[in-house]
Write a protein that binds this ligand. Sequence first.
Ligand code: ZN
Length: 140
Amino acid sequence: MDKPAAHSAGQLSADRSSLVNESQKNTKTVLCQRCGSKVLLPGIGVLTQKELFLPSMRKKDAVLDGDAVDTSVNDGVVGDTLQDHWLVENMYAFENVGFTKNIGNIKYLVCADCEIGPIGWHCTDDTKSFYVALDRVDHV
Ligand code: ZN
């Protein structure tokens, strides 16, 4: 029973090298995994390693309700600690992006069209750092 290797979270897979140019910027368009909405054009994000916790993907309102769920991870929110992100310094560099309401000083990035998320992470203390998790988006 061989299952195809899904793009599971947390591993720096070898094919990441095809996603970046010599400046560590994205060579491909970044899309929403669910609806295909464009998030970033090529050359906008810089591949950055940073441990960030993102709750499991779901619709925006449910993201905010996530802390009702069990498990002991990060205050009871179910999700993944992700390492690989596109760092974007300017929110106007995005093609399309939405945000959740603040959760403390954190806002999560969601798809502007279908509101699935989080696809990324932003701390309101740092207005020049928007992180888009590679595992949460498609690259074409
Ligand atoms: Zn979408």
